[in-house]
Ligand binder design. Structure first.
Ligand code: SF4
Length: 351
């Protein structure tokens, strides 16, 4: 059996999906807009969490018109916690572009690719699931399944698309694309795939040879570790936050003054320097308890926060704002900094 050739395998896969596909709300009435938002969100987080955020997003921005009419800050705010904020900015830009062009999203993969932030995978998902276009949506799950089925760790996306084009002659492209994604999540997982339950097991070369670990490792897939000293500086019960400038990590979002540090650098000394650069005189500093680590697209990030009181000795104001951690004033913070904000001690206004 070969997936691209044997119709029986394709029908078995589609039947498995109809029986075992999870009843997510977005599957009930897929629209180009809802599939688009869901696909971008599911690139950021697990599908169950994406479903919850997707539901919330549609309540806030039920259609493209509402989304385009919203301000970017509002859109970023709704995206908070999902990370990779350029994706939210692109969604907003694309919605504005669609409204400028009359309010209808393109219906083909190629047309969808003309919108900012919509790449090959998202365009193919929308075009196949909503419009039935026979195009393959290749994500990490689909890639893993196909590479195992053909025992080919280097199977390229172009070859996968060709193989799936054959499959789409036997079952709708949207069904097969979603079925493969779901199979990759439920059964053909990275570790310990559940081959006994898999509809493709009979012809799967990796399963038959017992070598399901043969996935190719991407060169350079390890993320660079970054340690960042963070100054949580308090004055009269308020903390200094700043908007990250363009070209820096988290551009356009809010965070505490911070700096990437080298292995040899003392984070407390860096925090003192950050305060001095802002014209602040600092009292004693304390490391903030807790672990603040997380991922970015290219980095594994480790925050080293220090808290302390500050006096505005040299100049008042500066580029940032002093905020009460319980009232962020609608600012959008990266997830790690949001956690930090919530962990800060709230002192009275004399401090
Ligand atoms: S048989 Fe096993 S390895 Fe092959 S596609 Fe199914 S779950 Fe993956």
């Amino acid at each position: 059996m070969k997936l691209g050739i044997d119709p029986a395998a394709i029908h078995a896969l589609a039947a498995w999906f109809r029986d075992h596909g999870r009843p997510y709300h977005f599957r009930r009435h897929p629209t180009p807009y809802s599939v688009w938002i869901l696909e971008v969100m599911s690139q950021q987080t697990q599908i169950a969490r994406a479903e919850e955020r997707h539901r919330r997003w549609l309540e806030r921005f039920p259609d493209i018109r509402t989304l385009a009419a919203a301000g970017e800050e509002e859109v970023l705010r709704e995206w908070e916690g999902l990370g990779y904020y350029s994706r939210a900015r692109n969604i907003h830009r694309a919605a504005c572009q669609v409204m400028d062009a009359g309010g209808e999203m393109p219906t083909t993969r190629d047309g969808l690719l003309s919108l900012p932030g919509i790449g090959a995978y998202t365009a193919a998902s929308i075009a196949s699931i909503v419009h039935g276009e026979p195009v393959a949506a290749v994500d990490a799950n689909v890639r893993r399944v196909l590479r195992r089925v053909f025992a080919a760790p280097d199977l390229a996306d172009g070859r996968i698309e060709t193989l799936l084009a054959g499959a789409f002659e036997h079952e709708p492209a949207g069904v097969i694309n979603e079925a493969l994604m779901e199979l990759g999540e439920q059964l053909c997982r990275k570790t310990r795939p559940r081959c006994l339950e898999c509809p493709l097991a009979e012809g799967c070369l990796a399963c038959r040879s017992g070598r399901t670990e043969l996935e190719r490792q991407k060169p350079g897939s390890g993320r660079t570790r970054l340690s960042i000293a963070v100054a949580c500086l308090r004055c009269r019960g308020r903390y200094l936050v700043e908007e990250a400038p363009q070209g820096e990590l988290w551009a356009g979002l809010w965070r505490f003054p911070c700096r990437i540090i080298g292995q040899e650098e003392d984070p407390e000394a860096v925090v003192r320097q950050l305060g001095a650069e802002r014209g602040l005189r600092l009292g004693s500093l304390q490391p903030l308890g807790g672990k603040y680590t997380g991922g970015h697209t290219r980095y594994s990030i480790h925050l080293l926060p220090y808290c302390g009181s500050a006096r505005r000795a040299l100049r008042a104001g500066g580029a940032g704002d002093w905020i009460d951690p319980r009232e962020d004033g609608g600012r959008t913070f990266p997830t790690l900094f949001r956690r930090l904000l919530e962990a800060l001690p709230v002192k009275d206004r004399k401090d």
